[in-house]
Ligand binder design. Structure first.
Ligand code: URA
Length: 209
């Protein structure tokens, strides 16, 4: 499990618990997801490369470090991944954004692709795939397959919640891709939902059902 980064920070856990509650409104859910995504971005970008630059303070010249936000690509797995983007972009506003459109066939639970759009020069970039729920892992594997084919410098996967089944599926196909998550829940139910989970993340973000 050393490729799984379980983010246990009290602020992350507190916000996640509020989001899980079935009586959280769409507005509350979205707001908490924004805040949580920014906190998770802080953790995920911990090892991002920085470069030294010389700057002038009001008093003297000094050397500081900056990151190149443009090298970072946030890849949203549609549609629920969109809910994570704003929060992450609030802390890395220079990041590029890619989209992978996948839906889960309700019968087979397999991922079916309908959209794929990524920034150019992926081989120079670090990709962070975002999807609130890593459940069966089928969509995650399909999305990672597509992004990996573009040979980015690195790939990470970020979700709010996952479960042992989802982690195992991703690790079987992509043992080199670290997973960042705020919780590892008990299991999947027969419909591929995470238990105890938080329900359908897309529906809760967009107020659909
Ligand atoms: N997708 C969701 O939105 N929720 C789950 O529990 C599993 C997959």
């Amino acid at each position: 499990m050393n490729q799984v980064h379980h983010i246990r920070h009290p602020l992350v856990q507190h916000k996640l618990t509020l989001m899980r509650r079935k009586d959280a409104s769409t507005n509350t859910f979205r707001h908490l997801l924004n805040e949580l995504s920014a906190l998770m971005a802080y953790e995920i970008t911990r090892d991002m490369p920085v470069q030294d630059i010389e700057i002038e303070t009001p008093l003297e010249t000094t050397t500081g470090q900056v990151i190149d936000g443009k090298k970072l690509v946030l890849v949203s797995i549609l549609r629920a991944g969109t809910g994570i983007l704003d929060g992450m972009l609030s802390v890395v506003p220079g990041a590029r954004v890619g989209h992978v459109g996948l839906y889960r066939d309700p019968k087979t639970l397999q991922a079916v692709e309908y959209y794929f759009k990524m920034p150019s020069n992926m081989e120079e970039r670090d990709a962070i795939l975002v999807d609130p729920m890593l459940a069966t892992g089928n969509s995650a594997v399909a999305a990672i397959d597509k992004v990996k084919a573009l040979k980015p410098r690195s790939i990470k996967f970020c979700c709010l919640l996952t479960c042992p089944e989802g982690i195992a599926t991703v690790h079987k196909s992509h043992p080199d891709v670290p997973i960042y998550t705020a919780a590892i829940d008990r299991c999947l139910n027969d419909h591929g939902y995470i238990l105890p989970g938080l329900g359908d993340a897309g529906d809760r973000i967009f107020g659909t059902s």
